[in-house]
Design a protein around this ligand. Structure first.
Ligand code: ATP
Length: 364
């Protein structure tokens, strides 16, 4: 899907955030730049400690950058305290007031802003409807379920009509089924309100299914920004390919270079055509990346050959783990059909065919 450029809501420019001093110094953010567009569902994705929450806190104004600037609709917001920014946050813990009712919780921020009573009443009613909590408006938040608390937290954060909503792992406390429901609900809320959502998660599947665009972070840096499609299909770095979905990595060297393609020699001596994201020279070391669903197992000869080591059934598909003759591991994901098994057994000698455009080379 081609990217649709839009007006930027938040511009993060060369932002660094350093905690501590001397030897205990940590660069939580190491010169990060990114533009987040209006009306976008944007996700910061990365492993624990990569700096996602720190970036969110800087945008919210709970903390200040050590260097760089953050613009909101082109204006530097460094001097604005959190409550003056048109930005609101939904925390993982929800941070609701247990002694207040659902409606009082939703209206709390508006009360603090000194809005007129009639306006608060109307806005709370609108928010209750938006998150489908009208029936529980008079219930204390200590007496509702986790999923319902989540809806109240969202309604409360949306009530003052922020331009940007920051969501810090808001679904992590929910069980699997509720989490899936709330993912759809969040997408609906973003779509209906048109507010820019900046969503933090370490769950790659959640990021892929919910986001318009994703920034993949590691060790205080943004490694790649793109649509879920881009990030999954054209990872710019090995870390991104590894972090998003399952991937096979094969050691290779560049044999020859064409337009947007190379031929890479694998450990087995076989060569394979692969797409490239960056410049390579002949004989460069490289890694060939192939997603398990883009390879096909055959009982005859393929691009690769090996022996089936393990077969794992997942209902919709089966993962077949193969030990290649080069001694590298390789997984093939095969769609299941209703009546037949996967057609292979442990110990089978197999070939693996790699589809056209399925292999990509990355820096070693
Ligand atoms: P998680 O998914 O676990 O919440 P994260 O990606 O949100 O992680 P951050 O909380 O932003 O990561 O932390 C980034 C780095 O900065 C970590 O190494 C963390 O230990 C460090 N850090 C964060 N806040 C502080 C602080 N107040 N003082 C010192 N170090 C901090």
């Amino acid at each position: 899907m081609p990217e649709q450029p839009g007006k930027s809501a938040i511009d993060v420019r060369g932002v660094r955030k350093v905690f501590g001093t001397g030897e205990s110094q940590v660069a939580a953010l190491d010169t990060v730049s990114v533009s987040i567009r209006e009306n976008e569902f944007f996700t910061l994705l990365g492993p624990s400690g990569c700096g996602k929450t720190t970036l969110l806190r800087l945008i919210a104004g709970f903390d200040f950058p050590s260097a760089g600037e953050i613009l909101l609709h082109g204006q530097d917001i460094a001097s604005l305290p959190p409550f003056k920014r048109p930005v609101n946050t939904v925390f993982q813990s929800y941070a609701l007031f247990p002694h207040m009712t659902v409606a009082e919780n939703i209206g709390f921020g508006l009360e603090m802003l000194g809005k007129p009573k009639a306006e608060i009443k109307a806005r709370v009613a609108e928010m209750l409807k938006l998150v489908k909590m009208e029936a529980l408006r008079g219930r204390r938040t200590s007496q509702i379920s986790g999923g319902q608390q989540q809806r109240v937290a969202l309604a409360r954060a949306l009530a003052p009509q922020p331009k940007v909503l920051l969501l810090d792992e808001p679904l992590s406390a929910l069980d699997f089924k509720l989490r899936k429901e709330m993912q759809i609900e969040l997408k609906r809320l973003q779509h209906e309100t048109g507010i820019t959502f900046i969503f933090v998660t370490h769950d790659q599947e959640e990021a892929l299914t919910m986001s318009d665009r994703i920034a993949v972070m590691s060790s205080g840096k943004i490694l790649q920004v793109g649509t879920p499609w881009d990030i999954y299909d054209k990872p710019a770095e090995r870390f991104v390919a590894d972090f998003i979905g399952e991937t096979n990595f094969l050691t290779a060297a560049i044999a020859s270079i064409g337009k947007g393609k190379v031929r890479a020699t694998l450990k087995s001596g076989a060569t394979i055509e692969a797409t490239v994201a960056e410049g390579f020279q002949p004989k460069d070391n490289a890694t060939v990346v192939v997603r398990p669903e883009h390879a096909k197992l055959t009982s005859g000869k393929g691009d690769l050959s090996g022996t089936v080591e393990n077969i794992v059934y997942f209902g919709t598909d089966t993962h077949i783990h193969v030990r290649l003759d080069s001694s590298e591991a390789f997984t093939v994901r095969q769609q299941n059909t209703r009546s037949a098994g996967c057609g292979f057994e442990r110990g089978d000698k197999v070939g693996i065919s790699i589809g056209n455009d399925a292999a990509q080379v990355l820096r070693d």
